[in-house]
Each structure stands twice: as structure tokens, then as C-alpha cells.
Design a binder for this molecule. Structure first.
Ligand SMILES: [Zn+2]
Length: 136
């Protein structure tokens, strides 16, 4: 069965199967953003270079979503939260862990690609998510 990302250009997977997020870095001031925008929010220039972001971060905030948003294809409840990346930006993300009591502030998280479910055409829609990582 074929798959497609929920949005193009948000995430990828390398040849070892490691998922990562795709962001942008401002050529002028170096600010990193996710998702990538056409202009830099800090200095306003439009010279943004696509960069592979780190595949891990730390948990900053979280909740559980129990009612499916309009158009949502996946299961409920699902975890939803904010992960801070080493680049210094915070990413709003789906979390693979849906039980809020099993998460804690600052815990190490890693990027995974997860299947939400089939769209009306039968293609499996994938998105990025973070899941608790085993501490090094
Ligand atoms: Zn800039």
C-alpha cells in the first residue's frame, strides 16, 4: 500500500531508517525555523536554506487529545505537545505516548514517522511524531 506525507517537506527518513525533521536556516542571521517559511521572522530576508534538523529533543509541554480534530485520520486519544530541539526552537508535535502520566518535563524524545491512517483514496497518510527516547 502506498503512503504519502501529510505535508511535503516537513520530515524525511535517511537510508538507515532514521527519521528527521526538515527546517530552514536563515542565510543572513542563522535563525533556524520549523516548519520552513519563505522569509526569516527575525530579519525578514528571503534567503532560507533547507536544513536537516536534529532527530531528538526534550519534552517541554504535553497533553492528551481525546476528541478527533476535523479531518483527523488517526486514533484517539493521542499525545500532543511541545518538544525543544537542540537548535533552540520548540516544535509543536504529535506524541506517540498518549498517557500524560507517563511523560515528564525534560525527558529525551526522538523523531519517528507514524502512520495516521488511510485517506479517502486509500493511501496511508504519514506524519512526524516524537516518542520517548532511551536516555544515552
Ligand atoms: Zn534572519
Amino acid at each position: 500500500m502506498s503512503t504519502r506525507p501529510v505535508h511535503e517537506g516537513l520530515f524525511g527518513e535517511d537510508e538507515h531508517g532514521n527519521a528527521f525533521l526538515v527546517g530552514g536556516r536563515c542565510d543572513t542571521c542563522g535563525r533556524v525555523q520549523f516548519p520552513t517559511a519563505a522569509t526569516c521572522p527575525a530579519c525578514g530576508v528571503d534567503t532560507i536554506t533547507e536544513v536537516r534538523l536534529g532527530d531528538h529533543g526534550t519534552l517541554w509541554g504535553w497533553t492528551a487529545v481525546t476528541a478527533p480534530p476535523p479531518g483527523y485520520l488517526g486514533d484517539v486519544p493521542f499525545g500532543f505537545g511541545v518538544v525543544e530541539l537542540p537548535e533552540g526552537l520548540r516544535v509543536i508535535t504529535r506524541l506517540e505516548e498518549s498517557d500524560p502520566t507517563r511523560l515528564e518535563f525534560g525527558m529525551p524524545m526522538k523523531v519517528v514517522i507514524t502512520a495516521l491512517g488511510p485517506d479517502p483514496e486509500g493511501e496511508i497518510v504519514t506524519t512526524y511524531a516524537f516518542t520517548p527516547a532511551i536516555a544515552p
